[in-house]
Design a protein around this ligand. Structure first.
Ligand code: AQP
Length: 339
């Protein structure tokens, strides 16, 4: 099957399961902005149905949904150029998700490493939704026949599963209906790591606030968190190779390079031999410089929740214009009667 018959279309989403982190910004939102107006139709979503796979306080969920929307808008997602909405307002996502639950195989789900990480030793007690989440994610993407999905490294396996689901659906029903979507994972900070443990990724829902930079952190908090970030005692090396077995140091160099739109090699060229007493304050200054305008704008937007709701509602109407016909065709292919 060729992918050329499909309109170049980008879909991606972020879960409102807490406040946005620097990981979400560098691994996702900054790149979403870059793909806007670059030859793709762009559809960006606040995936609230994914957030409830773990317990969410209902009032906090609404606030977090608006905060993710504010993060998109403040970072440069333009609701005129992109479709911006929250998933729960387009019921077709859940409906296609159910059909894909009947296409995906249990064995495929059992291989998903994110489920294993999140469920840990508690796998019997987590929600069925958490287990089935990658199949809903496939529905999010394929409901729009999206050809490209910009994601961080942690979501690569789920986009590969989306391709498996599309291929099995096309094969089982002898159609050429769903595209084989490509993950877009490029750049230096596709896996921003936890500031206290360089082997774990930075997450919204991580235990300690000191392990992540929140998009709403002020300058003092950012400086303090980078100052206390775990590192080894060695200065920065002469070449990037010298960071091979130094995950915490590599993480800080990658963050610097992504924030400043330069390669990690260029960062090393500039800071070769520098100790942490020089590099960490430079990193904190850079982060404040880049993030402060975004957090100020997020705060302004959050003071007008009705406006955010209006933007999301309008986006949902536009999203349904694409999603509803694709779901109808899917029903017809599967043999679900519509009268
Ligand atoms: N640390 C990260 N580095 C690079 N990219 C990241 N992303 C998330 N964390 C990092 C990317 O952000 C997008 C949205 O992710 P999500 O919020 O929907 O889900 P997640 O990956 O499970 O994010 P969190 O922060 O870890 O949430 P919790 O703690 O609630 O599970 C995706 O493109 C993701 O790759």
């Amino acid at each position: 099957m060729t992918e050329t018959k499909f309109t170049p279309r980008v879909f991606s989403g972020i879960k409102p399961s807490g406040g946005l982190t620097l990981g979400n910004y560098l691994g996702a939102i900054k790149r979403f902005v870059g793909m806007q107006g670059a030859g793709f139709e762009t559809i960006y979503c606040v995936v609230d149905l994914h957030a409830i796979t773990v317990w969410q306080d209902p009032a906090e969920l609404k606030t977090a949904t608006r905060e993710v929307a504010a993060g998109y808008l403040a970072s440069g997602i333009d609701p005129e150029k992109s479709i911006l909405f929250n998933q729960a307002q387009v019921h077709e996502h859940a409906e296609l998700g159910w059909i894909f639950n009947c296409v995906a195989r249990v064995g495929w789900m059992n291989r998903m490493t994110q489920f294993k990480d999140k469920a840990g030793s508690n796998a019997e007690k987590v929600s069925l939704g958490l287990y089935a989440y990658p199949s809903l994610m496939a529905a999010d993407i394929l409901l729009y026949h999206a050809t490209h999905v910009p994601v961080g490294e942690d979501q690569k396996q789920h986009v590969e599963l989306t391709r498996d689901i599309a291929a099995k659906f096309n094969h089982d029903f002898k159609v050429d209906f769903f595209p084989l979507t490509s993950p877009v994972i490029e750049g230096p900070a596709m896996r921003v790591m936890n500031l206290r443990d360089g082997t774990k990724k930075m997450s919204k829902s991580g235990e300690s606030d000191m392990e992540r930079i929140n998009m709403t952190d002020d300058a003092d908090a950012i400086a303090k968190k980078f100052k206390k970030a775990r590192t080894d005692p060695e200065p920065l090396p002469e070449t990037l190779d010298g960071l091979k077995d130094r995950p915490e140091a590599r993480n800080l160099v990658d963050i610097y390079s992504a924030l400043n739109d330069m390669t990690p090699e260029a960062v090393i060229a500039e800071y070769a031999g520098a100790g942490w007493g020089r590099f960490k304050p430079a990193l904190a200054d850079l982060a404040v410089d880049k993030l402060a305008p975004i957090s100020t704008e997020m705060e302004r937007l959050m003071n007008d929740p009705a406006e955010i709701d209006r933007v999301l509602g309008r986006g949902a109407v536009r999203a349904r214009e694409i999603a509803a016909p694709i779901l109808k065709q899917t029903y017809d292919i599967v043999g679900l009667l519509r009268s």
